[in-house]
Design a protein around this ligand. Structure first.
Ligand code: FE2
Length: 374
């Protein structure tokens, strides 16, 4: 009589399966020198290269890896290319947040049928190691999500690249995987992008922060976090909110000249060692005053690390109902005050450090004041 399906037969399945982050590609002004920073300062190994020597005429790309984190640094070899124009407009920045999928064509077609805009149609790249299928869709600003299918590929990265090894004696700093990638979008567009991830990729809204959660005397922002079916992909999206002075998000949007990736959080299982090594390698971190440590334990309760060790490295602590986390933020990693890294160690906590927002934003405001952009 009724066509209603038997509910017991309906199982919940991920409508847009993603295995994890495949890689992040930065378009940069000088990939050769950037690659040295990733090796010497951040502890990444050079694993592959593409350029004139491998038959690519218009660009060079260096592929760097540390555990599960893969970064591609690409520069144009001539003016007038899409890469050269991107770097002229945005400075060094993230062009591609690549997602690892089992079926790139299906993922791409699903995304398009749900309203995504194509960045490029499916293509299959082949070499002696097998094949990689990829396609891409557009997200905020000029950023794209490449969907990468590599189940029939055994090579080091993908066809078109040759294996390379660091000449520099790289020492890993213990970075393990990408924990989350944050986007800054224009005023009034955060909800549109949250809806994009919900509609197109079936992401769930995890958390909302409004300007009451995230404000200092001067600057404010709003943020929502979306996550995919298996929880491996987490994309917080920020938009500026009205404050007495210029929001750090507005400063980003001004310098990046539009929406884009603000920070990439990478996980370690020993933040004390990771940050000591990074500091010894010359990486600059945001500074939070010593007064932060006076009452932090009252807020977060007992932790395994010694407070003085965390204080010596200026590492921040926060707690939620699942546990606690340790985190620290680098200063911007290029000349424009745009993209930076977060180093995070989770000890149970699944959140993003809300308890540190005030201290952090005051730290960012001090930097903005020095730049004359507050
Ligand atoms: Fe973060």
């Amino acid at each position: 009589m009724s066509n209603t399906p038997d509910k017991s037969l309906v199982t919940s399945t991920d409508s847009f399966p993603i295995n994890g982050t495949d890689h992040l590609e930065f378009y940069v002004g000088n990939a050769k020198q950037s690659a040295m920073y990733y090796q010497a300062a951040l502890g990444f190994e050079l694993v592959a290269y593409a350029g004139p020597e491998t038959g690519v005429r218009d660009r060079v790309s260096y592929v760097l890896q540390q555990n599960k984190i893969r970064i591609v640094l690409t520069s144009s070899l001539m003016p007038g290319t899409e890469i050269a124009r991107h770097v002229a407009d945005h400075g060094d920045g993230v062009k591609v947040l690549a997602l690892w999928v089992d079926d790139a064509v299906k993922a791409y077609e699903t995304a398009l049928s749900r309203g995504a805009e194509s960045a490029f149609a499916p293509r299959t790249l082949k070499d002696d190691e097998g094949e990689v299928v990829m396609a891409a869709i557009k997200t905020y600003g000029e950023t794209i999500h490449t969907l990468v299918e590599r189940k029939n590929y055994t090579g080091v990265f993908m066809p078109g690249y040759q294996p390379r090894q660091s000449v520099y004696p790289v020492k890993s700093v213990g970075l393990k995987y990408v924990d989350h990638c944050v986007g800054n979008v224009e005023l009034g567009t955060m909800n549109q992008w949250v809806k994009f991830y919900q509609d197109v990729m079936g992401f769930k809204l995890l958390i909302t922060f409004d300007d009451k959660d995230i404000s200092t005397e001067y600057t404010a922002l709003m943020s929502k976090v979306v996550s995919n079916g298996n929880g491996y992909i987490k994309f917080p999206i920020n938009e500026p909110a009205k404050g007495l002075k210029k929001s750090q998000i507005e400063e980003y949007l001004d310098f990046y000249r539009g929406a884009g990736v603000q920070h990439i959080a990478v996980a370690t299982d020993n933040i004390l060692e990771t940050v000591s090594q990074m500091r010894a390698n010359g990486v600059d971190f945001l500074y939070v005053p010593e007064t932060y440590y006076e009452d932090v334990l009252e807020r977060v309760g007992e932790i395994e690390e010694k407070l003085e060790d965390l204080k010596a490295l200026n590492i921040l602590i926060d707690r939620d109902e699942d546990g606690y986390l340790l985190q620290i933020f680098t200063k911007p990693i290029q000349d424009r005050p745009t993209v930076f890294f977060e180093i995070i160690q989770r000890r149970g906590a699944k959140s993003f450090g809300k308890g540190n927002f005030k201290a952090l934003f005051e730290a960012i405001e001090r930097e903005q004041a020095l730049r004359g952009t507050l």
